[in-house]
Ligand binder design. Structure first.
Ligand code: ATP
Ligand code: MG
Length: 420
């Protein structure tokens, strides 16, 4: 990496930090290599990454080690190893690190590359899925990534997926002679990858293949609908793509990918999803999680900034998002809860952040009392206890509380902080 590119990357990092720390994410840095088993189990033995893209070697003691090909499994390992389940959930972490994959190097595809990633571990609230997607969307906009498209899907639970997998395998087997040889070879190990094939015969077979989205169970369907509603409310455009397959095995429920038409063949800019089974697979107790990773080189290519035009001078001051800076508005949820008040709180969260406030929302399923003590721990100046249309807005410093329409909350906080 040469000087100008280094400048662009630093500028991108400043913006990422402002956005992610402002949303309550803490920086994490994991080692460049890990025990091979972490990836083999976490990412999935049958995935392309584990089968052919890992740089694996033995150390002097004969242990198998692997240069990290991705960040989620290491972050989950760290969550377990450092007892982070004892912290307030969800634990939100972000990283910017180099990763290694044995691939054919070409524009936008390297064997050592950089990823920016964010993980929220410990909550299955659909608002966490939506929040992570909105954060990546804001970051891509802030960095100036052009012609962005978002594809969204749900993979359901491992059980639904297992049943669906058998249905898909039966479909593939009954059309085996029309499939590309590599697709045929993967019917057992990874039939979903068949949707990715460029092979003409395979594509024809896949057009009539059963779709996972049509086989979700009621819980997964409700979760997916909730995520979609929250994204609609936040004004995020997306396409539902029932063929969206991520290259990692650990995903459950929501999966998504941002692409840029400004890039050539390597159009993926960033993607992620929910991985509710991963922590358990790595030896922890069942713990939900959701996250994404975005390629630094591809973001810069797609913003036309790889030559250094992403100007760090123009970057938003990172002071607005420093980890220590207290939250200005915490959005608590009134009891009893409903999907409607989640939508109101999430819409307020997005509006508050767009207005430049450091805002957070309840994502952990706490009681009202628990939410207030959480808000206290975050140093929140204002807490809005939100129901669908009304909110109680508390000024924690002055000890005042007023009942207002929920759509007046952001304005009232801005006025209270005298930034209006
Ligand atoms: P692709 O389909 O392009 O191989 P992927 O599905 O393997 O991407 P992920 O594992 O989801 O990618 O990684 C997230 C992001 O990291 C990608 O969207 C891309 O921007 C970036 N990325 C992945 N592999 C590489 C690479 N070899 N070189 C540069 N960037 C990469
Ligand atoms: Mg890949």
């Amino acid at each position: 990496m040469l000087g100008e590119q280094a400048e662009s990357r630093s500028a991108l990092e400043v913006r990422a930090r402002a956005i992610l720390q402002g949303a309550g994410y803490e920086r994490i840095e994991t080692p460049a290599f890990e025990a091979t088993e972490l990836f083999a189990r976490g990412v999935g033995e049958a995935t392309d990454i584990v089968r052919k893209e890992m740089f694996t070697f033995e150390d002097a003691g004969g242990r198998s080690l692997t240069l990290r090909p991705e960040g989620t499994a290491p972050v989950c390992r760290a969550y377990l190893e450092h007892g982070m389940h004892k912290r307030r959930q969800p634990v939100k972490l972000w990283y910017l690190s180099s990763f290694f994959r044995h691939e054919r190097a070409q524009a936008g595809r390297y064997r050592q590359f950089w990823q920016l990633g964010a993980e929220a571990i410990g909550s299955d609230d659909p608002a966490v899925d939506a929040e992570t997607i909105v954060l990546l969307s804001s970051l891509l906009a802030e960095v100036g990534v052009r012609d962005v498209r978002l594809r969204l899907c749900s993979l359901g639970s491992p059980q639904t997926r297992g049943e669906y997998r058998e249905r898909l395998q039966a479909h593939l087997r009954s059309h085996e002679s029309s499939l590309a040889p590599e697709v045929r070879g993967r019917i057992e190990a990874n039939p979903l990858r068949a949707f990715d094939s460029e092979h003409e015969g395979t594509r024809r077979v896949m057009r009539s293949a059963p779709r996972l989205l049509e086989h979700l169970d009621a819980g997964d369907r409700a979760h997916f609908e909730a995520v979609r509603e929250l994204l609609d409310d936040a004004g995020i455009a997306y396409e539902i793509d029932s063929t969206l397959v991520r290259g990692l095995d650990y995903y459950t429920r929501t999966v998504f990918e941002f692409t840029s038409d400004a890039l050539g063949a390597q159009s993926g800019v960033g993607g992620g999803g929910r991985y509710d089974g991963l922590i358990e697979l790595l030896g922890g107790s069942p713990t939900p999680g959701v996250g994404w990773a975005a390629g630094i080189e591809r973001m810069l290519l797609a913003s036309g900034s790889s030559g250094g035009t992403l100007d760090s001078e123009r970057s938003r001051d990172s002071g607005t998002g420093s980890a220590a800076a207290p939250v200005e508005l915490f959005l608590a949820r009134a009891e009893p809860r409903s999907a409607a008040d989640r939508r109101t709180a999430f819409a307020l969260l997005c509006a508050a952040r767009s207005a430049g406030l450091r805002a957070q929302m309840e994502l952990g399923g706490r009681s009202l009392k628990g939410q207030l003590s959480h808000a206290d721990a975050l140093g929140a100046r204002y807490v809005a206890i939100v129901s669908e249309r009304q909110a109680s807005l508390r000024d924690m410093q002055e000890g005042r509380q007023e009942e207002i329409a929920s759509d007046a909350v952001v304005h009232a906080v801005l006025r209270g902080l005298r930034t209006l």
